[in-house]
Design a protein around this ligand. Structure first.
Ligand code: WTA
Length: 655
């Protein structure tokens, strides 16, 4: 087992939910024809999806592929911003709401129609081009809160053919500095401050700190005034410009640049397991084709829908499914500035009720938090406008899936569990909700147009019922084109392992119906007595115990077994922490998946260390349990948690 890198498939989840008849009857896809089309002629299938966009010039060739570099819609000319705005304002969508924005302070609300957005984007495109001399190909760093100006700025950047690099507003000056230097950005766009969980974030001050005393090539910093009161920030007259002042002087129309299909559209930095962040490169024609297509079919988007993706635009999920996918489809999106628990724990449900949200897309980590808070919060609000739910970012354990299905979807809404990555640009594995029956905890099967497999270490597909490594076998339009400034690292990270297969870094199993079950990152795999065990299934078994809300498992060295499993668990509000509880969780896990997964130790904690996008950082838990020096914590949402956890863990070990 150990030598061929297969993984154990431990959990057995038997529930199946076919698409509800009423949903399937009107779904954008309600039969297998898309699958068949993609199967029969892969390139023709993708050409058909690309035809849904506006092209200034049609491509000469659909695909050029020399491992590991692909080119899509070669020779075609298009513009992402043109597709998201210009083509809509020429028709009946002109006065439709594009963005419904809700501030964290409950009474704050703004609505921008497609025309409003078009006008503002044009003006800012003029500011960039004619006031700040940003040219095609120049990089613009964006470090902003979740306000409509963020969408305006990103669309303006791609309108003039420049390249954006958006940095999540929770990152520190040090992280901004690294990313600005790596991308060699000419302009930074930020805001005076932002609101989060009732607190004020010092965005401008962080930018000042990031740019001080180094040779960043930044010539201009544009500052949006976002705070409702005067905030004490410094303005450097030579370098800084207020957004509203620049906009007052701006022209009202700047034509969208005719971009080559393969021109860069943006960079997005993602932290690898070690070392410096990677600037993932995305292009124009292929990227937009991937996000446009997936938004239309995975979310079954209709003209009357109100679509809410709760991610921050600082992550790929926000890029693809708040801005580009929905807007290119002419959708109405909800954009929320703040956190789910402010001012009360029903804030998300309140927003759904207020705007009649019909499609809701969030992360398992959020769902587990809602479970922990309890049912009474969603019960306070009317959620009957919802018709489809989605999840992304981590494997969702069946327990959380069922909670979401019952308490938010009221057993009426299909759930699309969507697997993808910053690198893939758009959703790769997910059900078409009007066609594919779903199983709690499985992202189901690859979307039409994607060739995904689970393989052993030699790249051979594993048998059904077995686990292995998740790979993608054919290039796809929205795939990354490389790591900015580092072609070798691109090859090393994703291609070296198999040569001709894209390696995702994730473990997965494939069941009898060819459904995929994601098992977690393979770097996190635990090896107990020669059995390779993914983190997902053991964590899932822990969370299945009623009192547990979240769990993270890691391996520690063990004399006999090689490694033994330690679980860090958080318990639901109102549950008591006791020795009995620990024993009961242990027995539950054994009953659920067998004694091979017997937990060596269960450690109850109030919080788990997570990245700012909500992923549990098992690497730090390994450091704690193994008594190592704690590794890099710069991507943590709250670094204090790790220190506290370490002290408590060590004092318990000492007893
Ligand atoms: C994980 C987020 C299981 C996975 C779009 C992947 C998932 C990494 C799922 C990418 C899912 C994302 N089920 N695991 N539905 N979605 N992941 O780059 O490990 O922030 O490789 O992109 O998240 O994270 P990233």
């Amino acid at each position: 087992m150990t030598t061929d890198e297969k993984m154990e498939a431990l959990l057995n989840e038997g529930r199946v939910f076919p698409p509800p008849d009423r949903f399937a009857a009107t779904a954008n896809a309600n039969n297998k024809s898309l699958y068949e089309m993609a199967e029969n002629d892969y390139e023709a299938f993708w050409a058909k999806q690309a035809e849904e966009l506006h092209w200034f010039r049609r491509w000469d060739k659909v695909l050029e592929w020399t491992v590991p570099f692909s080119k899509w819609f070669v020779g075609g000319k298009t513009n992402i911003c043109y597709n998201c705005l210009d083509r809509h304002v020429k028709g009946p969508l002109r006065n439709k709401a594009a963005i419904i924005w809700e501030g964290e302070a409950p009474e704050q609300q703004r609505v921008l129609t497609y025309w409003d957005l078009y006008r503002e984007v044009n003006k800012f495109a003029d500011v960039l081009k004619n006031q700040l001399n940003v040219e095609k190909g120049d990089r613009v760093t964006i470090y902003m809160p979740m306000i409509p100006e963020l969408v305006i700025v990103m669309l303006a950047v791609v309108r003039i053919g420049a390249v954006h690099s958006i940095i999540f507003g929770g990152f520190s000056p040090e992280s901004i500095k690294d990313r600005v230097l790596d991308s060699q950005s000419k302009v930074v766009v930020t805001a005076d401050g932002g609101y989060r969980n009732g607190q004020v974030i010092q965005l401008k001050r962080n930018v000042d700190e990031a740019l001080a005393g180094n040779d960043a090539p930044v010539t201009d910093v544009v500052v949006v005034r976002n705070m409702q009161y005067h905030m004490d920030i410094e303005i450097d007259d030579k370098r800084d410009t207020w957004y509203h002042r620049a906009m007052r002087k701006a022209n009202h129309f700047i034509p969208a640049e005719e971009m080559d299909s393969e021109d860069l559209s943006f960079l997005l930095y993602t932290s690898g397991t070690t070392g410096k962040p990677k600037g993932i490169m995305h292009t124009t024609g292929g990227y937009l084709t991937g996000v446009h297509y997936s938004t239309k079919y995975v979310f079954d988007l209709k003209p009357e829908d109100v679509f809410w993706c709760t991610a921050d635009i600082g992550w790929i999920t926000g890029h693809s499914y708040i801005t580009y996918g929905p807007l290119s489809n002419g959708a109405t999106v909800v954009m929320y500035e703040g956190s789910p628990g402010y001012p009360d724990k029903d804030r998300f449900w309140h927003i759904i009720e207020k705007y009649g949200v019909s499609i809701f897309y969030t992360a398992p980590t959020a769902i587990r938090t809602f479970m922990r808070w309890g049912e009474k919060y969603p019960q306070r609000r009317n959620l009957s406008s919802l018709r489809l739910l989605g999840t992304v970012g981590e494997p969702i354990n069946p327990e959380a899936w069922m909670w979401y299905y019952k308490n938010i979807g009221h057993e009426r809404c299909p759930i699309v569990d969507t697997w993808w990555q910053t690198e893939t640009g758009s959703i790769i594995v997910a059900p078409l909700p009007g066609v594919i029956p779903v199983k709690p905890g499985s992202a189901t099967i690859p979307l039409p147009g994607y060739d995904v497999a689970v393989v052993d270490k030699d790249g051979h597909p594993v048998k059904r019922g077995e686990g292995g490594l998740l790979v993608i076998r054919k290039p796809w339009p929205s795939m990354l084109r490389g790591i900015y400034g580092d072609p070798d690292r691109y090859y090393e990270t994703y291609w070296k392992k198999f040569g001709n297969l894209y390696f995702t870094g994730d473990g997965a199993k494939i069941d009898r119906d060819s459904y995929l079950w994601l098992l977690g990152r393979v770097d996190d795999v635990i090896n107990v007595s020669g059995h390779r065990i993914g983190t997902m299934e053991v964590e899932s078994a822990c969370v299945d115990f009623p009192a547990v809300s979240e769990a993270a498992v890691i391996g520690i060295p063990h004399e006999i077994k090689g490694q033994a499993i330690v679980a860090f668990v958080t318990i639901k509000d109102g549950e008591a922490h006791s020795l009995d509880l620990i024993q009961e969780i242990e027995e539950h896990v054994v009953a659920k998946i067998g004694s091979i997964a017997r937990l060596e130790k269960i450690f109850i904690t109030a919080e788990l260390p997570k990245t700012r996008s909500g992923k549990i950082m098992r690497r730090l838990l390994r450091d704690i349990a193994n008594g190592n020096v704690i590794g890099d914590t710069t991507t943590l949402a709250d670094p204090v948690i790790v220190e506290q956890l370490k002290q408590r863990y060590e004092s318990e070990e000492g007893n």
